[in-house]
Design a protein around this ligand. Structure first.
Ligand code: ZN
Length: 427
């Protein structure tokens, strides 16, 4: 766990944008009071984390109280949702991780945390059972957002759950190790859970696909296995599994005019070194974003290199990040975290803090400037720079104000953004 953190600008430089985002979090708290589900992705639990980090950066203000109010709203929604799943971004684990983040080193919320932990321990066993039998694995069974990797994220974060994490970790490991040559995270065409262009997906990935990204794919699994290893928690063959995924990512990196990167998906039979982009029927786009692009994937690769002490993975991840900056130049990239500017900013801050690389620092400042300019032109909280009032009301972590707020604060403070372990970016 990082104990030092180097900002890229002075705190005074973000004052005006912090005022706007703070007002947004304050003014919107009534709207979240009666929401049916108030979890991490777009609900009060994610906003509580943003308020809590704000309280650490500006301790004399009322942010801790605001964080508490949002957490209470999140917990109340648990009572309205019996049978809610235990996932990280859409379920009980997300409220658990928010309560743990706000707990000030377990000096409060212990009764709540203990109740949530009992639900996790009881239900993770069922989740493991259904998962083991699958040949084709829908991403929601294993990924960071809804699946086992996300549950393990909370289990590694909470001191009382860590001792139970080895079983789900070993299940993630065996999916990788038990498959000769190929990774076990294969999704056949009928099990692909999203994507509007199904026919296109079928033609492109006739024999099934491997989701490459951090949010729903193999990189999220790599991040969680590496994090556990860095925390000193290892199960049999975990090191081999980390190495297998990392090596696969390096071998399947695709070159385009910007440099190396990864598309959202790769065909299941992708076992060849230097897979050629011309082999695709439809040319996939390589994006530099957290959920489905270079920023998230390279972050997982960096963690794997740190975990198993393989410099080639670290060097490769830094190379991918350095060369991908131009992929986010287009003006229509949104400002929020999931597939927007602020998520990339957070990954760049992590890479800068690890490498001290001047080019990565410069690119981080460019991204921060973009967010500051969007603020000046009153488009910080709107999607694709259109003046859509509805989007201004989105305060959530993945596609709203809270997720824009957090990396901006992390750019200007020396308080480490430990909250980003939720996104698979740290340990
Ligand atoms: Zn996204």
């Amino acid at each position: 766990m990082e104990i030092t953190w180097v900002p890229i600008v002075d705190i005074s430089e973000i004052g005006s944008v912090v005022d706007e985002l703070s007002d947004n979090l304050r003014m919107n708290n009534q709207r979240y009071r009666k929401r049916r589900y108030n979890g991490l992705a777009e609900g009060a639990a994610g906003i509580a984390i943003a308020c809590s980090y704000m309280g650490r950066v500006y301790p004399n203000h009322a942010w801790d109280h605001m964080a508490h109010k949002y957490l209470v709203m999140a917990v109340n929604s648990l009572y309205r949702n019996e049978g809610l799943d235990i996932s990280l971004f859409n379920g009980v684990a997300g409220i658990g991780i928010a309560a743990t983040y706000l707990s000030k080193d377990y000096t409060r919320y212990n009764t709540l945390i203990s109740k949530i932990n009992k639900i996790i321990i009881k239900n993770v066993t069922d989740m493991q059972k259904t998962y083991l039998d699958l040949v084709s694995t829908p991403s929601s069974k294993y990924d960071l957002i809804s699946g086992l990797a996300g549950i393990c994220t909370y289990m590694l974060y909470n001191k009382d759950l860590v001792k139970f994490v080895k079983k789900p970790l070993s299940i993630l490991v065996h999916k990788i190790i038990d498959n000769d040559g190929l990774l076990g995270y294969y999704t056949a065409y009928p099990d692909i859970e999203w994507g509007k262009k199904y026919n296109e997906l079928y033609e492109q990935y006739e024999h099934g696909l491997i989701d490459v990204g951090m949010a729903h794919g193999i990189s999220g699994v790599l991040a969680i296995l590496s994090r556990a290893y860095l925390q000193g928690i290892a199960v049999e063959e975990q090191k081999e599994a980390i190495n297998k995924i990392a090596e696969w990512l390096v071998h399947n990196c695709i070159s385009d005019k910007y440099g190396c990167g990864w598309p959202e998906f790769l065909p299941y039979d992708t076992t060849l070194k230097n897979f050629n982009i011309d082999k695709f029927i439809y040319k996939p786009s390589i994006r530099n974003i957290w959920c489905y692009g270079v920023a998230g994937i390279a972050s997982a690769l960096l963690l794997s290199g740190k975990a198993i002490k393989k410099q080639t993975y670290i060097d490769f991840s830094v190379k991918a990040i350095r060369s991908s900056a131009d992929r986010i130049r287009p003006e229509n990239v949104p400002n929020f975290f999931c597939h927007g500017i602020s998520g990339v900013l957070e990954t760049y801050l992590r890479f800068y803090n690890y490498t001290g690389d001047r080019k990565i620092k410069k690119e981080s400042i460019n991204l921060l400037d973009r967010l500051m300019n969007a603020h000046k032109s009153k488009h910080l909280l709107t999607y694709n720079n259109t003046n859509n009032e509805k989007n201004k009301e989105n305060v959530g972590l993945l596609t709203g104000a809270a997720g824009i707020f957090l990396p901006i604060l992390a750019s200007a403070t020396n308080i480490p953004p430990s909250w980003d372990s939720i996104f698979g970016l740290s340990y």
